[in-house]
Design a protein around this ligand. Sequence first.
Ligand code: BES
Ligand code: ZN
Length: 444
Amino acid sequence: MNQAQLDDLIAYLRFPSVSTDSRHAGDMKACADWLRGKMAEQGLDAEIRETGGHPAVVGKNEHRAGRPTVMIYGHYDVQPADPLELWASPPFEPRIDGDKIYARGATDNKGQNLAHVLGLGEELAAAGDLPVNVTVLVEGEEEIGSPNLAGFLEANKEELACDVIAVSDTGMLAPGMGTFTYGLRGIACTELRVKGPSMDLHSGVFGGTVANPATAVARIVASLHDGEGRIAVEGFYDKVAPLQDWEREAWASLPVHEAETLGLTGAPELFGEAGFSDAERRWARPTAEVNGIGGGYQGEGSKTVIPAEAFAKLSFRLVPDQDPAEVIDLVRRHVERHTPAGVTVECVPGHSGPAYVMDPQSGYGKAAQAALRATFSGEPALIREGGSIPIVQTFKDVLGADTLLLGLALPDCQIHAPNENFSLENYFGGIRLNRELLRAIAAG
Ligand code: BES
Ligand code: ZN
């Protein structure tokens, strides 16, 4: 274990870089400045770059003709830490317990992107050079849907041109099991705002004569699925690409078991679409989720009121070849058809991005697998993931390059939840992986 590298991770994790919360705008900037300094210290030419939102940090080695250019992407922003009371130690005061470091952003994504930066530093110190041209791009808005990054890529297309992109922001199936992710689900978010009377009303005086927006939102939400858990939005499955035979076979032998999922989730039993395994449901089938729902009195005891409005925040995980804009349109029409009398509903679209898949046996895919083999023992697992990194498809569209997803997040790392943690073995493994990957890509 290298103490200086561990200290770097602790320093990085101390910044409460919560991108969605404007009260943390100063912390975002301070975190970006720290990362720029760290990249420079490791031997990269590093700059803070304005994007129109939270700044990005870009670092490069000397680019020379005749060798491939690799972009390494990550994000220094983190999800909010709430609910704070469920953390065993404060989220921005990193704590080491056994092989794990606990802090918000430890896995998602500071630990994983810092491993890449330090891998570059180690290689530069050992060899005086990197075997490829490298551009490191670490943004500050991934957790809010990267609203400014596509514009930044377009505006700096020539400068950011690359042959392939490497990202460590996905899962590793089990400790020591190198995992290559060749696909991600997409996402489409929308918020339903249901309005009824122009003010909250006494539910005795007016109850029975006006519709209740909270009841209406519950009915609309209930209409999204049928009794078997299939999505009931008309046309929703029309463009869903089926799993390929090789995927079904390969996934069946992976250590992804319902019993483990039960343990990880703490749910009383699993529930999902009939005819699909746990891995298939999570990686290759679309979903409709309610991420938040509310309206009316939320305080102690009871209050007899008909609320003036109610809301539901929805997100749909998408698979190839679903189009996010089309899905939002289908949902809007479905909601219109299922809105009960007496209320109005507005569908406000949020962020979105399509699913991503690449050929894991492409030249760069094979290089990624070779790097995983050299870093971890055994054959790498080839998987897709249920989570989304919408910018990955934008990389393909704008820069024309595929993204190699080499995840280091263990199943119990609790990303987006209290007590998020990162395995130190994976942190140091990630530093080695970065060096192996650049070598494998250079070897062609
Ligand atoms: N690192 C995650 C994505 C992820 C997690 C991929 C686990 C695979 C496995 C990323 O930071 C994330 O949370 N993405 C959001 C995207 C959204 C905000 C547009 C997601 O998936 O909800
Ligand atoms: Zn995340």
